[in-house]
Ligand binder design. Sequence first.
Ligand code: DAH
Length: 337
Amino acid sequence: MLDKINQIRQETAGFTPGSPALLEDFRLKYLSKKGLLNELFDEFKTIGNEQKREVGKSLNELKNELNELFEAGKRSLEGAEQASGMDLSLPGDPVAMGSRHPISLVLNEICDIFTRLGFTIADGPEVEDDWHVFSALNFPPDHPARDMQDTFFIEKNPDIVLRTHTSSVQVRVMEKTPPPIRMIMPGRVFRNEAISARSHCIFHQVEGLYIAPKVSFADLKQTLLAFAREMFGEHTEIRLRPSYFPFTEPSAEMDVSCSCGGKGCNLCKYTGWLEVLGCGMVDPNVLKNCNIDPEEYSGFAFGMGVERIALLKYQIKDIRMYFENDVRFLRQFTQAL
Ligand code: DAH
């Protein structure tokens, strides 16, 4: 009998189950009612008294060892299950959710509003040639916007620049799309400006363009009023002030009424009005430059700064906060939109 006991000891030494099925095999073979251990206990009853003491001791030790091996095997399987995340009944690990950047939120909202008004969205390159950024848009050769102070030059003669406004995309769209055109053109623009609370060298604009027969200034005004009311609230009023841009005639600057009603706040500086965008009727020269007949078609255009709109909407004090990636700032927009 001692031989049999030793043999089982050797067979099972260091047993670790690779799977629950192997653990069950172990239990059936050694520990179950009809297993080898019970067989040995049955045999134990038949041996002579003189052997009982020694064999009994070994048999009890074997029983303890096998039970211990079984329990240890069970524990190791449970551990492996947890480590591999296989227990589907356990609660899941929380996933940290990010939130949209305020500039993206406002940009998406602007795009949404104009899409509902029937505008489609166009895109254009950030690295541009002089023709699309300046010349086709009627900028005179000595215009200060072409100056080294304002524009980042990539190459000189012929000039390749980082676009200083999204108006360049107007030209690209008009060059390749026969009217009617009703598009907005969101994108990033670059100016060689000192970084301060009010200005940055990188910012975003949304350009708008509507070209069709008999488009009038009244169409421009109504479109922008609809936009302003969607963006800033249904009681918003707009005001158009005469202005100058080389590519529009006449040109205007649009203000929206401040929610303080002019009673006084830091945002509008007690004027009751906030400047939000530039606009005008597309200059016939620009249409000609893009091979569109100004006798047949007219149109309006506008351009707005996304950072500025977001600044007014969320009352942000410093434009630099958009680019600092401080999560305490960014987290405040988790609930927005
Ligand atoms: N491009 C102008 C700027 O960056 C904004 C602008 C004004 C765009 C009038 C227009 C417009 O399309 O009609 O300051």
